[in-house]
Each structure stands twice: as structure tokens, then as C-alpha cells.
Ligand binder design. Structure first.
Ligand SMILES: Cc1cc2nc3c(=O)[nH]c(=O)nc-3n(C[C@H](O)[C@H](O)[C@H](O)COP(=O)(O)O)c2cc1C
Length: 391
């Protein structure tokens, strides 16, 4: 990690901004519309405080846990993200880092590396699927994922194809042909470290999606895969129940913020759900997940694993989510910034930062394990929590 080490996720973000071309950096910042949900995800964690003890603290503290039947060395999962062009090793580097630190990863349908290579790097891989391509195509994708050895499936349901941001959307080319390379050359050359890493791996960011390829065919480009998804009629709960029935293992629905939806997820036999607003990338104005988490845990937390994602940047954020009943959190941007800043060691660095932060909170709160955390450890402002759709 020599020279590349960073002490917080915020520092990783600054390094990432300096290291990768602006269009790549803007793509991993994302957000939707005015950025209300994006900012609220961060601000909501800041509104919560701690009620620490000062003596009687524990010299040894544990944070290992189990989610979707998988062993986690700490309550963190790497959330699925399409990481085209961030780093030449992309999801392989992410998977190796996760394996080295004992945590699972979600592999996006829009990932730049094939499921087979990712599972080889980390057997604890959960494949993320969208309602895309039709039933036969989805069955064929799940068969491939099963054959590759993925441990579970995440279906992501919160997406509304909103396509505007007040701060501008990054240019994402249709394909990486000569004309596009010439157009992007000034950006690439302005980031020599990033450019050199691609030269070193003899790779150009080709923006293809190998896990969306039909059997025996070349991987479609990002936009080809995206259009396929856009053309689908949005799924009903019966459709999602059907999808769940096609996978005989751990199955998560990602993107839930309402109690009534959480109950449906439970009723169709899913093993987990993620309380999430897609990191503020979806319907802007959707409340931050931490504000709706307790209502969802109350409703279904005894029956399925409830995790949370959105806005986690510190170990203390993880601890706040766990105190309100999440079994674990999933992180997105934090590890993407680590990957952009320093490749695989950068992702490991981010996981180490979260581990250190969780441990410091356990120490200060007088806990010997994450299982002892409770709402009493947290200072909550009035009217902070929301219950949506409780019927
Ligand atoms: C650049 C980027 C790409 C993403 N791509 C996907 C995706 O392909 N599938 C998915 O389910 N979620 C995707 N997400 C959402 C993440 O899985 C996760 O919900 C979100 O990043 C959590 O918020 P955080 O970034 O504040 O941690 C993406 C997020 C980002 C930032």
C-alpha cells in the first residue's frame, strides 16, 4: 500500500478526483435531479449522535456476523456498482480486496468483468440482476450465475430512469472506437497515473457488460444493455415472486423504503432486503434509508435479514445502522473511491477504515460485540424516524 494509504474515505474521495478522468469521477459521484436524497443520506447520519461510557469498557470486541447465510468478518458488504473505467482490474480488484478482508460483494449486471472471474476471486459473490431481457433471458442469466458458483442473488427494484442532474451528467460513450478515444484523449492524458494503469494492463476501458451477453455472443455495450432494461414493462410483485422462485438460495430485494413493500418481500420468500434509495441515484426526495430503517426492522426483521445502504462513509455510520436493527450495511461510493485512488489496496484501505471506526465505537459505547448495540446507544433528534406505507 506504500504511499497510497489514506486515513479516511473523504481523503480517498479527494485522491480519486485527482486520479481519474473527470467523466469517470462524475459517473461515480452520480446522484439524481437536485441531489436531495444524495445529500440527505449523508446528513441523516450526521444528525445522529452517540451516548458513550467512559469506564467498564471492553478490551476485546468482535464484529463478525452472518448475512444471507454467509460469514462476514465485519458487518459490511460491497454493494453492486458498475465500475467501468474506474480501474483496469475493476470488479476483480474489488472481489480480491473483499476476499482478503472477509466480506462478500454484490456484482452488478452492468459490471465490467464476468461473473466466472469474479467468483474465482471471491466465492462469496452475490449477483445483482435487474428486471431486464424477459423471463427466458433472466432464467438463462441465473443459470449462468449458478454454474459460476455465486452464493446468492440481489434483485434491484428502485430505478426510474431519471436522467438529469443539476450539476450535469458525465459523457458516457456508446462504444470505445477511434473517434471516441481521440475525443477523450485530453481527459485521459490529464490523468497520467490512471492512463498508465490501463497501459500496464494492456487494456482500454471498453464499457461492455459481459454478464448481459447472450450465450455465445459478444458482450453488449453499456447502453445496449441499458436500453434492453428500459424496454421492459416494470415488474409486478407476482413477477418478483416468479423471479425468486427461479433461484433456490439466498435472495435479496434491494431498494425498499416502505413497510408494505418490505412485507411483500418477506411474503414472497426472500431471505433479505436492503433498505436503500440507490445511494440517492433514483427518485430524488426518497428519504434516507436510516430514517425508515427501524420501521422496516420492526415489521420484518425477525423473519428476514435487513441490511441498509446509502451514505455510509465511516465505521460510526455502520454502528448507527446496526443500533437500529440492520444486520449489516452495504457500501457503494466509499469503495469505488478507494478503487479509483489505489486499486485493490485502496478498497482494502476503505474496509480497514470502516473496521477501525466500528471498533472505536464499540469501545466507546462499552460493547464487546456488535450484537450488544441498541437504540439506547444513539442520540436521536425529534421527528427523525419515518414510517412509510404501514397498513
Ligand atoms: C456509480 C454507481 C453505480 C451503481 N450501480 C449500481 C448497479 O449497477 N446496481 C445496483 O443495484 N446498484 C447500483 N448502485 C447503487 C449501490 O449499489 C448502492 O445502493 C449505493 O451506492 C449506496 O450508496 P453509497 O454510494 O452512498 O454507499 C450504484 C451506485 C453508484 C454510486
Amino acid at each position: 500500500m506504500a504511499g497510497g494509504w489514506f486515513e479516511t474515505v473523504a481523503v480517498a474521495q479527494k485522491r480519486a478526483k485527482r486520479r481519474v478522468p473527470s467523466s469517470v469521477y462524475n459517473a461515480i459521484i452520480g446522484g439524481a435531479e437536485k441531489g436531495v436524497s444524495l445529500n440527505a443520506n449523508l446528513g441523516s447520519f450526521d444528525q445522529l449522535g452517540f451516548a458513550p461510557h467512559v469506564a467498564g469498557l471492553h478490551a476485546e470486541r468482535s464484529m463478525d456476523t452472518k448475512v444471507m447465510g454467509l460469514d462476514l468478518s465485519m458487518p459490511v458488504i460491497l454493494s453492486p456498482t458498475g465500475v467501468q473505467a474506474v480501474h483496469p482490474l475493476g470488479e476483480i480488484a474489488v472481489a480480491r480486496a473483499a476476499a482478503n478482508r472477509g466480506v462478500p460483494l454484490g456484482l452488478s449486471s452492468f459490471a465490467s468483468k464476468p461473473i466466472e472471474e469474479v467468483v474465482e476471486a471471491n466465492p462469496n459473490t452475490l449477483f445483482q440482476i435487474y428486471w431486464s431481457g424477459g423471463r427466458d433471458v433472466m432464467v438463462q442469466r441465473l443459470e449462468r450465475v449458478k454454474a459460476a458458483g455465486a452464493k446468492g442473488v440481489i434483485v434491484t427494484l428502485d430505478w426510474t430512469f431519471s436522467n438529469g442532474r443539476d450539476w450535469g451528467s458525465p459523457f458516457i460513450p456508446e462504444k470505445m472506437d477511434l473517434k471516441t478515444m481521440i475525443k477523450l484523449a485530453p481527459q485521459a492524458l490529464s490523468r497520467p497515473g490512471w492512463f498508465a494503469s490501463y497501459i500496464k494492463h494492456l487494456h482500454i476501458p471498453d464499457l461492455t457488460t459481459p454478464n448481459m451477453a447472450a450465450p455465445g455472443e459478444a458482450p453488449p455495450a453499456f447502453f445496449g444493455a441499458y436500453y434492453e432494461w428500459m424496454q421492459m414493462t416494470p415488474p409486478s410483485w407476482d413477477d418478483i415472486a416468479w423471479l425468486r422462485s427461479q433461484w433456490d438460495g439466498p435472495f435479496m430485494v434491494k431498494g425498499v423504503c416502505r413497510v408494505d413493500d418490505a412485507k411483500r418481500v418477506r411474503d414472497i420468500g426472500c431471505t433479505a432486503l436492503s433498505v436503500s434509495n440507490h445511494g440517492g441515484n433514483n427518485l430524488d426526495g426518497t428519504p434516507s434509508p436510516i430514517r425508515v430503517l427501524p420501521s422496516i426492522v420492526d415489521a420484518v426483521g425477525d423473519e428476514i435479514d435487513v441490511v441498509l445502504d446509502g451514505g455510509v462513509r465511516r465505521g460510526s455510520d455502520v454502528v448507527k445502522a446496526l443500533a437500529f436493527g440492520a444486520k449489516a450495511v452495504m457500501i457503494g461510493r466509499a469503495y469505488l473511491w478507494g478503487l479509483a485512488a489505489n486499486g485493490q489496496p485502496g478498497v482494502e484501505n476503505v474496509l480497514d477504515i470502516l473496521r477501525g471506526g466500528i471498533d472505536a465505537c464499540l469501545l466507546g459505547l462499552g460493547k464487546s460485540s456488535i450484537g450488544e448495540l441498541s437504540a439506547d446507544d444513539i442520540v436521536v433528534p425529534p421527528d427523525f424516524f419515518l414510517t412509510l406505507g404501514d397498513k
